[in-house]
Design a protein. Structure first.
Length: 143
């Protein structure tokens, strides 16, 4: 499984909103400009995230988007699944019976463990966590 550009842009957009004061409504054009994401593409992604309850959409003058719930309650997993659908590292993990070899395949257990660990990381990482991270210039520890 690879996170698509939609997933990446959705995550970046929500991290940007998580850095704003609670309840602040921000225009898609501002987020688009700051995050260097095509505006129309971001607007479509934000529609999906609004339907999932992760964003609140305000129409009209002074309209835009804000987080649909506190940043510490929005996980990376929720965002990824709202945009990408269920997480599955391999088709055999998507639905039982998807693969005719699932009961005898030695790979299935490895896929299950890898997926479980991946999902655990996404579940424990919130927008608040990401908003608080300070990204260095890559020179940490150098002189």
């Amino acid at each position: 499984m690879q996170i698509t550009r939609s997933g990446e842009y959705g995550l970046r957009g929500l991290v940007f909103l998580a850095k704003q004061p609670p309840g602040k409504v921000t225009l898609v054009s501002e987020i688009s400009r700051e995050q260097k994401i095509p505006e129309t593409f971001l607007a479509k992604i934000f529609q999906r995230l609004s339907k999932a309850g992760l964003l609140r959409s305000v129409r009209g003058a002074g309209g835009g988007f804000s987080l649909g719930k506190p940043a510490n309650e929005i996980t990376m997993r929720e965002i990824v699944e709202a945009i990408e659908g269920p997480i599955a590292l391999n088709r055999c993990l998507l639905r039982q019976g998807e693969c005719e070899e699932e009961k005898v395949c030695p790979l299935r257990q490895v896929w299950e463990e890898a997926q479980q660990r991946f999902v655990e990381v996404l579940d424990r990482t919130t927008m608040e966590d990401l908003a608080k991270q300070r990204i260095g210039n890559g020179r940490k520890g150098r002189r």
